[in-house]
Structure formats: structure tokens, C-alpha cells
Design a protein. Sequence first.
Length: 339
Amino acid sequence: MRAVWITKAGGPEVLAVRESPDPKPGAGEVRIAVRAAGLNFAEVMARQGLYPDAPKPPCVVGYEVAGVIDTLGAEVTGLEVGQRVLALVRFGGHAESVCAPVERVLPMPDDLSFVDGAALPVNYLTAYHMLFRVSQLRPGMRVLVHMAAGGVGIAVLQLCRTVPGVVTFGTASAAKHDVLREEGCTHPIDYRTEDYPARVRELAGGEGVDLVLDPLGGRDWKRGLGLLRPVGQLIAYGFANLNAGERRSVRRLVGQFSGVPVLSPFTMMNRNRTVSGVNLGHLWGRPDLLNEELTALLELWSAGAVKPRIDGVYPFAEAAAAHRRIGERGNIGKVVLVP
Ligand SMILES: NC(=O)c1ccc[n+]([C@@H]2O[C@H](COP(=O)([O-])OP(=O)(O)OC[C@H]3O[C@@H](n4cnc5c(N)ncnc54)[C@H](OP(=O)(O)O)[C@@H]3O)[C@@H](O)[C@H]2O)c1
């Protein structure tokens, strides 16, 4: 099979399409002929050597795929060869073929395309899990969404629309604001030219927000905490600020880590604040939670409440361009790889 390999840490030029033997499904696993695989920010950081969870290069990453089951491992029940499925995989998804344990595989609705199917698991699960499990999104809440035009950001905006009266503040480059409005963002903010905390405060009548979803990390976590009104919650779910272009910068790493706020339960108690963390990759041991949430998402998709916005579909041979698209902040929505 062909797969997109990260040959060593570095810029997009370290990616290479290589042949390797087809994987064999173990007991309780199925093998999926991949038709589309999502490219995530984490995988761009993995290529740069900035994602500690990734396997050591040379490696094949990829957390999510849509495709067709072509082989069943021993003891598999409830799934069949030829079935269209989507799956969460812990790496190896950027390949023509990948094995997945049955508990992380879900049948796809007939009218869901492989490309859209591959765009759902990571981005939409992250958004759903934050809004409806870790937080309890209620009518009228004010939500600050960073990286609002990215895959998770757009999923968050679409899900916020399913609850009446939610007010969203979305940070993104100015060129992406029309799309943000289309996706339901109440207040797009250009974080590159504006002091976003000041702008959020102004738009919120000086009062702050109820929920900050922050995948930026470092100093932005401190800014987010300062924007919470009483009973507010900040969910930390990424550290995109470590990314400073295509290569690792030690200066930036030190600057960002030193900006991480030191938290005290006393302050949180006295200010009625909550800080939560989300890392889907570390919820691997809870397929029950993830499946319940993914099933709810497929129902929302069937009802037309959510729809992945695809920025671009890249053949494996153009994986470097796909990585560049995200690394250079060009994408609006999801970048998908196809064999
Ligand atoms: N914890 C979890 O389980 C989990 C799961 C999925 C994703 N995440 C995190 O969520 C974040 C978003 O992921 P995604 O896949 O939705 O991202 P994405 O689609 O790749 O979004 C990339 C966009 O983010 C914006 N951005 C803001 N700051 C950036 C920076 N420092 N470097 C590069 N781009 C930056 C850029 O657009 P503008 O400049 O126009 O804003 C860029 O186009 C990432 O931090 C990711 O690690 C966490």
C-alpha cells in the first residue's frame, strides 16, 4: 500500500509517498480501504516535531479516515466486508489501508460522501465534546471561538447554532470573515489587526463571556481567563502558538511556555471560574463516550444541522501542499487527503 510518510521532523518537503506491506487486522479489528483521510493541525505539528503524542519519524500519522471495510479480523461481529465506514485511528490514517478496532468504527450514512465523512470525526467530536460534555451550552451563552475558520472552529460555530441565542465571537484573519458570518458567527474578529480581548470586552458590553475555547495556549490562556465573566469556563485544547511558520523556533517555545498562567484553586473558587482541558487523543480508553458523541453528530448531520466545509482535497502525492495550506494559515475549514 501507499502511505504519506513523515521521513523526519521538518518542513513539508520531509513528506514522501512510500510503499509498504498492507497491514493485517488483529483480533477485534477491521481493515479499511481508505477513500479519504482528514488532515489535522496536530499532524502538521507532528511533522514539525512539535507534537509529543506522535510516533517518532519515520512514521505515518492520521487520526481519521472514511472508506470501505475490506478484511475482518478474528472475533469481529456487527461489521461486514464492503461496508462504508468512518473510523478514528491512532495514527496510520494517511495511507491506502489502515486497521481499526471495531469500537472505533461506525457505519456511514449512504448519502455521506467519503470526503465529508473523513472531515467529521476529529473536528466535530472535539467541538461537540467541548460544548456538550465538558461544558453545557445553554441558550444565550457567549462563546469565544479561536481559530474560528479552521476545522474545529467551523464545527463549533455550526453546533452553537443548534442552541438558541448563543452569541459567538470568532477570531480569524479578515479574509475569512464572510465565511464566518455564513457559518453563524455573530462577531468575527481579526486578531491580526485588533487587540481581540479589548474588542470582545467592548462587544460584550464590558462584561466578558461565558465560555472560551482556546487551542492557542501560552499567553492566550491568560487573556482568555481575563475575559470570563462569573461562572465562566475556559477550555484549553491545544497549543497552536508553538507553531511559528514551517519550522521549530526555540525562542518561541520558551516565550510561549513562560506565558502559561499559573492557576490556583483559591482564585478559581473566589472568581467562580472553571478551567477544563480536552485532548481527544488521550480519550482513547473511552470509546463509549466517543461513540455516543459521534453517533449524536451523525444524527445532527442527517438532520442538516452540521455540514463539514471542505477547504480542499489533496491526493497523497500533494500532501506537502496540503500541509502548507494549514501551516500558512490559508485554509477555511477542512483539508482532506485522498489516496
Ligand atoms: N485537544 C484536542 O483533542 C484537539 C482536537 C482537534 C484539534 N485540536 C486543536 O485545535 C486547533 C485547531 O485545529 P484545526 O484542525 O481546526 O485547525 P485548522 O483547521 O488547521 O486551522 C488552522 C487555522 O488556524 C488559524 N491559526 C491561528 N493561530 C495559528 C497558528 N499559530 N498557527 C497556524 N494557524 C493558526 C489560521 O487561520 P487564521 O489565521 O485565519 O485564523 C489557520 O488557517 C489546533 O490547535 C489543534 O491542535 C485539539
